[in-house]
Design a protein. Structure first.
Length: 68
């Protein structure tokens, strides 16, 4: 799989949020949104513009495949 850009990841987060918006009084994120948001935050923190998908866990790769 080719590297994923930060804008592609952001679009995936937005698609996942549209299907499963935050819920409850505490505004909990769905598991996929939380996982993708963590990846997004790491990219921002590390100043990365692309993500090497092959280095991710199986769970992270599956979440990406569902929403990219």
């Amino acid at each position: 799989m080719e590297p994923l850009s930060i804008s592609q990841l952001e679009a995936a987060i937005n698609r996942a949020r549209a299907v499963a918006p935050a819920s409850g009084i505490e505004a909990s994120l769905s598991p996929d949104v939380a996982l993708l948001a963590r990846l997004y935050g790491e990219m921002i923190f590390r100043h990365h513009s692309h993500l090497d998908v092959e280095t991710l866990s199986d769970e992270e790769q599956l979440a990406l495949l569902r929403w990219v």
